[in-house]
Design a binder for this molecule. Sequence first.
Ligand code: ADE
Length: 224
Amino acid sequence: MALTIDLLTLFPRMIDGFLLESILGKGIASGLLAVKVHDLRSWCTDKHRTADDRPFGGGAGMVLKPEPVFAAIEALQTPGCRRIYLTPDGRPLSPIIAKDLARQSHLIFLSGHYEGIDQRIRDGMIDQEISIGDYVLTNGTLAAAVVIDALARFIPGVLGEEKSLTHESFTSKLLDFPQYTRPAEFRGMSVPEVLLSGNHAEIEKWRDARQLEKTTAVRPDLLK
Ligand code: ADE
C-alpha cells in the first residue's frame, strides 16, 4: 500500500523543489509515496493570519499557537495515522525509526519554528517527536525533508536496486568502504590493485578491512 505524507509548515516553498528531484521525485512520480505540503497559515482564521505569539512566562522568540495546528491536524488525520513533530528535543532519527515510518500508510509531519510550539499541541496532537541531530535549524521543514528522504529509501521499489540498501552504512553498523569507477588511473591517482583483480574473495576482504579502518577512525562509538 502506498504511503501518504501530509506536511504542515509555515514555509511550504522550502520543500517544493526537493520533492521533484532524484530518487524521491521518481518514487513520488511512480505513486509509491505521496507528499502533500500544506501552509499552516491557511488554518489561521484571524485577520492577520497569526500563527505564533509571545510565550507566557516571558522569554525570547515566538511560540506556534495551538488553534491552527489543532484545526489542521483535525482536518487531515485519518484513523491509525501517525502524527509526528520535528524538533531538536525529539528522539534521534535512526534507520530503525525510518524503516518503521516507511511501513505506515499515513503520516502527518508538523514542522515547528522559532522558540517552539505550544506544549498543548505536543500533548494533544502528536504521537512521535523526531530530531535529525544535535543542532538547531530555524524551522523543522528541512528536518521533515530529511526524514522523508530517509524513510523513502525503505519503501520497496523506491531504490532501483534492492541490493544498494543491504550493503551500506548503518544497516551493517559499519561505515562504507571506498568506491572507485573508471578511469583506473586519474591525475596520477590509481584505483587499488585488488579491485581490478576480479578476485571476489580478496575484494571482500579488502572492503571489510577498509570499513573497519574507517569506522575505527571516524565513528568508534559504532563498534561498541
Ligand atoms: N527543528 C529545528 N531543529 C531541528 C532538528 N535538529 N531536528 C528536527 N527538527 C528540528
